[in-house]
Design a protein around this ligand. Structure first.
Ligand SMILES: Nc1ccn([C@H]2C[C@H](O)[C@@H](COP(=O)(O)O)O2)c(=O)n1
Ligand SMILES: [Zn+2]
Length: 159
């Protein structure tokens, strides 16, 4: 008889997004994204980090200070990285699993790439202008927004 306690698709893809986030060097928010085809095939992964060629150790990771001395000017968001990493894949009708609700800039990229559903875990900036604008655009563009419901299953990996 087959096993019955296997993880479901949502747990699998959000789990991979959470694992991918662990690659981030951002000291305050580690974000992961996993793009999946309608056939449940993983098309791409991304996490928030500095652009290629920009040495992590030479870039600012601060949240506050002069704008040019903060990470916000430079960091590439998880969702954008996942979209850019999937350059040869057609993302039409795909869904993206993200550990944090997308910002307005990533919302634009998600919409333009043809992704039709966002499954998100955290939403800690829900009331920010960026999140409000992202929701506004997603609604206009018909992108489905699905809050992830944690199953409560805990797992431990020996890495
Ligand atoms: N959906 C998102 C939202 C944020 N990020 C990145 C951008 C920063 O590296 C970090 C947020 O930093 P905080 O303001 O919380 O210190 O998360 C992302 O990749 N995707
Ligand atoms: Zn973003």
């Amino acid at each position: 008889m087959k096993r019955t306690d296997y993880i479901n698709w949502d747990e699998y893809f959000m789990g991979i997004a959470l694992l991918t986030a662990m690659r981030s060097k951002d000291p305050s928010s580690q974000v992961g994204a996993c793009i999946v085809s309608p056939e449940n095939k993983i098309l791409s992964l991304g996490y928030n980090g500095m652009p290629i060629g920009c040495d992590d150790d030479a870039m600012p990771w601060d949240r506050e200070g002069e704008p040019l001395d903060t990470k916000y000017m430079y960091v590439c968001h998880a969702e954008l990285n996942a979209i850019l990493n999937s350059a040869h894949n057609n993302l039409k009708g795909a869904r993206v699993y993200v550990t944090l609700f997308p910002c307005n800039e990533c919302a634009k990229a998600i919409i333009q790439s043809g992704i039709s559903e966002v499954v998100y875990y955290g939403d800690k900036y829900h009331d920010s202008d960026s999140s409000v604008a992202a929701r506004f655009m997603f609604k206009k563009a018909g992108v489905r927004l699905t809050p992830y419901t944690p199953s409560g299953r805990r797992t431990e990996l020996e890495l």
